[in-house]
Design a protein around this ligand. Sequence first.
Ligand SMILES: [Zn+2]
Length: 78
Amino acid sequence: MHLCPSAGRAVVRVDPRFTSQACSQCGHTCRENRVSQSRFVCQSRGHTANADHNAALNIHAFTEKPRNESRGVGHSRP
Ligand SMILES: [Zn+2]
């Protein structure tokens, strides 16, 4: 079986550990946020969530992030 070299290009550059430790509400990232396998408690703001749901929100936020920020706000202004 031969794998096309382009097959790997769709890999999302999101560290699964990061998404499971980052708060989807405020962005606070700390491994203490992940209090258990299934429970997420933000150590910064105190909000709680299902760990999988929180991680899914993070992954969604990363992949949905627009890439056109380089158009700049104010860079080309006189
Ligand atoms: Zn938070």
